[in-house]
Design a protein around this ligand. Structure first.
Ligand SMILES: Nc1ncnc2c1ncn2[C@@H]1O[C@H](COP(=O)(O)OP(=O)(O)OP(=O)(O)O)[C@@H](O)[C@H]1O
Length: 457
């Protein structure tokens, strides 16, 4: 028996096509044309049951139903596929929910994603666990990472920056409250600085103190100086800045402690273990520390430098261990981050929960970022092509990973945003001595107020 296409489904598909026409209009870059979408909707509707059957995603119907159908129609009852929800168009393809049949789990559907993509003629199919018993299928019509266009609606918020696009066309949100510290790894020209740039510009509009350590003499972070609360451009300056950050963290701990011991009988909701539990008028501004090219902090030539290095690494480890509760977050960036950097390197790396791995030159480098996440993530990052800078594999220590790419943002635009948002830099008095010097903006040449006229008597 062929699959039955009900009038409701036809209506749904027409709505999908209409929606896609609208979506295509909104995203002219997408070549996911109306024709392609209509064909996929038609294929999906016409072959839904048979495709699910071929993918092993059907289950035997309940015995009562089999008996009832047999008794009334004398037909054989076919295995039933997961119940399908409305097909919804998106700017990059289609979205639909499936209610899993008893005995099925999301991994069963995810394992068939490649087969579904071929059956329905789309670029990719992604499966997301929505709630117990329900998964969402995202059918993506084209490679969204070739030309990144961020979704119009993203889940941005305080300390949540939609920094890149995932391959399933959703935004990758860097959420500092959920993942306080992150390691960004990649070979030279792989797009690490672009990632930091997008992130910094995203945070610039928020009341967050931005601090930079850029031992490449400040070439990457100095253009953002107007918005930075502190900047160190060589290891000597970093060695002065890091103890100040640790002291700031300790002061914040004292503040939290003072609130905890406020008075006997303090209501539970006023007892806090981090800065977020403090009343808004007492709460210090969060600080995000960007470290560009971390290896420069580790490299030493003399014994004296070795002592300084050890101190800095210890301070970074302390910030990574205790910073979250004090509202201090780390974004550490480098080409490699292995034990060969020296004492404390692997301990610091272990504290950096978030992992972003751009193109790397060897598997060992990929393992430094993603080895403790998932072996497939390591392979995926080794397969990143040099022609696609900004493409990366992101994972966290919970084991999940996906491919992402940052939108291109020119240095001039990023610097302009930092100038415009300079007034939003919160006042952190301890960091004041490290505030970078900002040369006054060039004044536009304008002609004399009055045109001089020769005096002729
Ligand atoms: N998402 C992106 N889309 C398009 N181009 C990008 C993207 N990310 C980076 N690029 C380009 O790739 C080049 C290298 O990027 P970037 O400077 O960020 O790399 P890097 O890893 O920081 O390199 P290095 O370590 O040498 O500083 C730049 O020309 C940049 O414009």
């Amino acid at each position: 028996m062929t699959d039955l296409v009900t009038w409701a489904e036809v209506g749904g598909s027409l709505a999908a096509i209409g929606g896609a026409a609208y979506a295509r209009h909104a995203h002219p870059a997408a070549y996911w044309s109306m024709v392609g979408l209509s064909v996929s909707v038609a294929r999906l509707l016409a072959s839904y049951t048979s495709t699910m059957d071929a993918c092993g995603l059907t289950v035997e119907p309940p015995r009562w139903r089999a008996l009832a159908v047999k008794a009334t129609t004398r037909r054989e009852v076919r295995p039933v596929p997961p119940r399908r929800g409305m097909i919804r168009p998106t700017s990059t393809g289609l979205r639909l929910r499936l209610r899993l049949a008893p005995g099925q789990e999301p991994a069963d559907v995810a394992a068939s994603a490649e087969r579904l993509r071929h059956a329905w003629g789309v670029h990719a199919v992604y499966v997301r666990d929505v709630k117990p018993g329900v998964v969402e299928l995202r059918l993506v019509g084209f490679d969204v990472l070739r030309k990144v266009q961020m979704p119009r609606r993203t889940d941005a918020g305080p300390l949540r920056v939609p920094v890149a696009l995932r391959e399933d066309a959703t935004a990758f949100v860097r959420d500092y409250r959920a993942v306080p510290h992150e390691l960004v790894l990649g070979a030279t020209l792989s797009g690490k600085s672009m990632f930091l740039r997008d992130l910094l510009v995203g945070l610039a509009a928020q009341p967050v103190a931005l601090v930079g350590i850029d031992c490449k003499r400040g070439v990457e972070l100095a253009p953002f100086a107007p918005r930075l609360s502190a900047l160190a451009t060589d290891p000597e300056q970093a060695a002065e800045l890091l103890p100040v950050l640790v002291k700031e963290m300790e002061d914040r701990y004292d503040l939290i402690k003072a609130r905890q011991g406020i008075a006997p009988g303090t209501p539970d909701e006023l007892i806090t273990s981090d800065v977020w539990g403090l009343p808004e008028d007492e709460r210090p501004a969060p600080i995000v520390l960007f470290v560009d090219e971390v290896a420069e902090l580790f490299l030493v030539a003399t014994r004296k430098e070795e002592e300084r290095r050890d101190e800095m690494v210890t301070q970074l480890i302390r910030l990574a261990q205790l910073g979250r509760a004090a509202g201090i977050y780390l974004e550490v960036c480098g080409q490699r981050f292995g034990a060969e950097l020296g004492k404390g390197a692997t301990m610091l790396r272990a504290q950096l929960t978030g992992r972003v791995c751009h193109r790397v030159n060897d598997e060992a480098s990929a393992k430094m970022a993603l080895g403790d996440i998932a072996p497939e993530a390591v392979l995926a990052s080794c397969a990143i092509a040099a022609e696609l800078p900004g493409l990366a594999v992101v994972g966290d220590t919970s084991g999940g990973w996906s491919r992402i790419r940052t939108p291109h943002l020119s240095l001039a635009d990023a610097a302009a945003t930092c100038r415009e948002t300079a007034h939003l830099a919160p006042d952190v008095p301890t960091l004041a001595p490290f505030r970078p010097h900002v040369p006054p903006a060039p004044v536009k040449e304008c002609g004399p107020l009055a045109t001089p006229r020769p005096i002729t008597e």
